[in-house]
Design a binder for this molecule. Structure first.
Ligand code: AGP
Length: 605
């Protein structure tokens, strides 16, 4: 999603803005731009495509200035073009914006009728025109002007305003989209996240929804939606710019896949102490037995929730609903007052998940979040949070955050069952294997060269199917998502048992069918389904537990995974599906870390 940066200082800030924009690249974007005030003028530079295009332009013609704003745009309203790239300028005002102004057409029609000329097709440009209109009305304090503008806007937004007539001042405002203010050595900054502000701001303050701020080069004042002066908690910005480095890897995704033995280990330590006793947090969450659990999530985090449904229902017999967050609040669901709402989100900023959680909270239900980004909006608004300790995830395709979510969710399933004194022997077996997961994941990573060979056989395919049963069914959905988002090969996941009810019609000669086969109660039936696919010409690639049935020598390719316990198999089998997607994308030469049209954290509905 769009990334925002603003800096006000006493020295030149062009390079600070460019390096912040580089750090914001991971969010996904298609154009970028910067505006500053220098020589008593608003200057700007914009470019389609990568930040390098923008920085090449700025090297040739620097715009300088000690105050400025920058933006990476992920197109929503209006195609990808320099005109639609931010900053947008109207008269003496330049703005950068993340979110969607839902009533922009109405505002634009009104302003155009008064003679204002719009240049872009974006919703964002109305913000610049509104500020410029109010500013030209005379000598009104900036906080009143900002409140007038905010009162006109509907939708989700985070924006920063640069004003030619106030050359030491930036205005920042947020509603549902994240925005933070940073304080650094001789400067104040405003950014979409802590990563944008890493290296330039050692202290960071997140604005609350409805807040706006007047940020000068020597002071910051925050106001709430009613215009009251407020203070918000300031924290040290522990984000080190070095974290945002690929090390010796070609891509962040490759690095993040290989970090998993460590990130899983850190997440297990968050859930259990060294004696294997459940953490205080898990204890706290499970102390009141919930009537039901509802997971709210999107994309990969949603698939983690689907896998958890199998674990929790089978181990603790608590009914679980897993909801696609963007659907939830609009269908007026029944919210169980004695239930538990659990939002799962790597970024903690996905607007669909945030809005679904806010909806459920209105009914007074207890809300928990499972987030990777500590201090994110979902983390702050939940009653209680469990953290995945995956570290910063930069690649758009989620890998290490997913397996960390699975660790938290499996630990939660175990804790709930323990509290209910259910599945005692099963739980003993799972727990005795839990601490072995990092080692098994490291072994799975050793299969990389074999996976590269398999990946090379599917790069030319137009489509692939993923099959699984039990908790390996949602993992097949995740496998298909991973492949399509980074290699652009069409892929679908199905429950192996559901194949014969329709999807089998898709099978044709040499269609890759990637099947997940566990050492579990489903294996015989899954093998029958695979034979049905084989009989119709499918090219079978089976990812199987070491302990699963040995009757699969008919497969074209077999990737054998270390086996610990059938409940743990979805965690181990995540590794080959991630590596398969990664190496297919590398072989195809796609932009693995920033796939087309995608954003890391989706902050518009
Ligand atoms: C994962 O590979 C995706 N890019 C995407 O589906 C992601 O999981 C989804 O947008 C949810 O993000 P969140 O976990 O940050 O809320």
């Amino acid at each position: 999603m769009c990334g925002i940066i603003g800096v006000t200082s006493l020295s030149d800030i062009q390079d600070h803005i460019l390096s912040s924009l580089k750090r914001l690249e991971y969010r996904g974007y298609d154009s970028s731009g910067i505006a500053t005030i220098s020589n008593d003028k608003l200057n700007f530079c914009k470019s389609e495509g990568k930040i390098k295009n923008l920085s090449d332009k700025l090297i040739n013609s620097p715009i300088g200035g000690s105050i400025g704003i920058g933006h990476t745009r992920w197109a929503t309203h209006g195609n990808v073009s320099e005109v639609n790239a931010h900053p947008h300028i109207a008269g003496n005002v330049a703005i950068v914006h993340n979110g969607i102004i839902e009533n922009f057409q109405e505002i634009r029609n009104r302003l155009e009728a008064k003679g204002r000329k719009f240049l872009s097709q974006t919703d964002s440009e109305v913000i610049a025109h509104l500020f410029d209109t109010y500013l030209s009305d005379g000598d009104i304090p900036l906080e009143h002007i900002t409140m007038n503008v905010l009162n006109e806007l509907e939708g989700a937004y985070a924006f920063v305003v640069l004003l030619l007539n106030y050359p030491d001042t930036l205005i920042a405002a947020r509603n549902a989209s994240p925005l933070a203010i940073g304080e650094g050595d001789g400067l104040f900054s405003i950014g979409s996240d802590a990563i944008a502000l890493a290296g330039i701001s050692s202290r960071i303050t997140f604005l609350d929804d409805g807040d706006f701020a007047i940020v000068k080069n020597s002071s910051v004042q925050i106001y709430d939606f009613s215009g009251e002066k407020v203070t918000r908690e300031t924290k040290l910005n522990s984000m080190d710019p070095a974290i945002i480095s690929k090390g010796n890897y070609r891509h962040f995704m490759e690095k993040e896949i290989h970090e998993q033995p460590e990130t899983i280990s850190h997440t297990i330590s968050e859930m259990y102490n060294a004696k294997g006793e459940m953490s205080e947090k898990l204890n706290e969450i499970t102390k009141n037995n919930p009537n039901s659990i509802t997971f709210l999530a999107a994309g990969t985090s949603y698939y983690a929730g689907l896998i958890a449904k199998y674990w929790i229902e089978s181990l603790s017999k608590i009914p679980v609903n897993v909801e696609i967050a963007s659907e939830y609040r609009y269908r007026e669901p029944f919210v169980d007052p004695k239930g538990l709402i659990i939002s799962i989100s790597q970024s903690g900023e996905s607007i669909d998940t945030l809005m679904a959680m806010r909806y459920a909270k209105q009914f007074g239900v207890r809300s928990i979040s499972i987030v990777n980004n500590i201090g994110s909006t979902i983390d702050r608004e939940a009653d209680f949070s469990l953290y995945t300790r995956a570290g910063v995830e930069i690649a758009v395709a989620s890998t290490k955050a997913f397996t960390a979510q699975l660790i938290v969710l499996l630990s939660l399933a175990i804790a709930l069952a323990e509290k209910n004194k259910l599945s005692i022997s099963k739980i003993k077996q799972i727990k005795s294997n839990l601490f072995k997961i990092p080692g098994a994941v490291a072994k799975a990573l050793n299969l990389e060269s074999k996976i590269i060979e398999v990946a090379n056989t599917i790069t030319k395919c137009k489509s692939c199917l993923y099959l699984g049963r039990g908790p390996l069914y949602p993992l097949s959905l995740e496998g298909a998502l991973k492949l399509k988002e980074i290699s652009y090969i069409h892929a679908e996941g199905f429950s192996a048992g559901e194949m014969k009810h329709g999807p089998i019609a898709l099978i044709e000669e040499d269609l890759p069918v990637i099947s997940l086969l566990g050492n579990d109660q489903h294996s015989t039936k899954t093998i029958s389904n695979l034979r049905e696919a084989l009989a119709r010409g499918a090219k079978l690639i089976i990812i199987a537990d070491e302990g699963s049935e040995n009757k699969i020598d008919f497969a074209h390719e077999i990737l054998r995974m270390p086996f610990l316990h059938k409940a743990i198999t979805p965690i181990i089998c995540s590794i080959p599906i991630q590596m398969l997607a990664y190496h297919t994308a590398v072989a195809k030469g796609t932009d693995v870390d920033q796939p087309k049209n995608l954003a890391k954290s989706v902050t518009v509905e």
